[in-house]
Design a protein around this ligand. Structure first.
Ligand SMILES: C[S@@+](CC[C@H](N)C(=O)[O-])C[C@H]1O[C@@H](n2cnc3c(N)ncnc32)[C@H](O)[C@@H]1O
Length: 277
């Protein structure tokens, strides 16, 4: 596998993922309890947009020209985490670290040797962050549950392997069972409905309570050969995450000039029911 996230950095999928990540961290910071963020597939942490694949132009590029004061409220923590240089786009571990406080921790896993080295550099060897060059799937078993405070897990595999949807569902379910209060976020691409609907179905029938699906599509999703956008499945999202996404993602899509072809979906896959073992 030679996936390089630099090709995709800052695209519309990153905008959804990073906006949600920043929003959730911001919500968790309302309480003093320490936060541990586990990023199982962390990437390089910082991307020079002008040397990447150009996908950013239809993602963050559509927002950079707009005053942050015009961005919807749910996107403000994301704006805060982007940093000063618009052409240096932060990946998920750097976004998390920029928002975390002194008492919080980041555990970032990445298998790529050079990518992990780039990540260590991007995180500037911050003592709050630990970069592990290791498999992120098994890391979820190794690190969860975190004993103190709140934990937030981001699972963002490259989706190069045919079984990444199945692995995502399986590991989200296992992680949710191991860590009964953790917030668990999984990202997935939307190319036609089949794989996304199947992922939703597996999670829906897991017996785990409070699972939300959020999709930000820039194109119609009926063509299985065309990338339509991306989605997040979120186990135990914080209070009002659903309403914030339902209200503000359509505004974001309008700001990005993609409302005519795109759409937003926010659906509860399971409610407040007691979890069945
Ligand atoms: C989609 S990118 C991550 C992007 C990053 N989360 C972000 O939002 O900025 C996926 C990353 O996972 C890495 N990777 C692939 N297989 C992995 C595995 N089994 N465990 C950990 N990392 C893996 C790839 O090298 C790649 O850098």
């Amino acid at each position: 596998m030679n996936y390089r996230h630099s090709f995709h950095a800052g695209n519309a999928g990153d905008v959804l993922k990073h906006l949600a990540l920043a929003f959730i961290i911001d919500r968790l910071k309302a309480k003093p309890a320490p936060i541990t963020v586990i990023d199982s597939h962390a990437g390089a942490g910082l991307y020079a947009l002008d040397t990447g694949g150009g996908e950013w132009q239809d993602g963050i590029g559509r927002l950079l020209g707009q005053e942050v004061s015009t961005w919807p409220a749910a996107a403000r923590p994301y704006a805060e985490a982007l940093g000063g240089d618009p052409m240096l786009y932060p990946g998920s571990p750097l976004i998390a670290l920029r928002l975390l406080r002194d008492q919080d921790r980041l555990i970032a896993c990445e298998t790529g040797e050079e990518v992990a080295e780039d990540l260590r550099f991007a995180l500037a060897h911050d003592p709050r962050a630990a970069v592990h060059r290791r498999d992120g799937w098994s890391a979820l078993r190794a690190f969860l549950p975190i004993k103190t405070g709140r934990s937030l897990v981001l699972i963002d595999p490259p989706f190069e392997a045919a079984n990444d949807f199945a692995l995502l569902a399986e590991h989200m379910i296992q992680a949710a069972r191991r860590a009964s209060t953790a917030i668990i976020v999984g990202w997935y691409p939307v190319k036609g409905r089949q794989a996304a609907d199947r992922l939703h179905e597996v999670l829906r029938s897991s017996g785990i309570a409070k699972i939300l699906a959020v999709e930000l599509l820039t194109q119609p999703d009926h063509d299985p050969l065309r990338f339509a956008g991306s989605g997040l499945v979120v186990i135990r999202p914080p209070w009002h995450f659903d309403t914030a996404m339902a209200e503000d993602l359509p505004r974001l899509l309008t700001l990005m000039g993609q409302a005519h072809t795109g759409s937003v979906r926010v659906d509860w896959l399971s409610g407040e029911t007691v979890e069945a073992e």
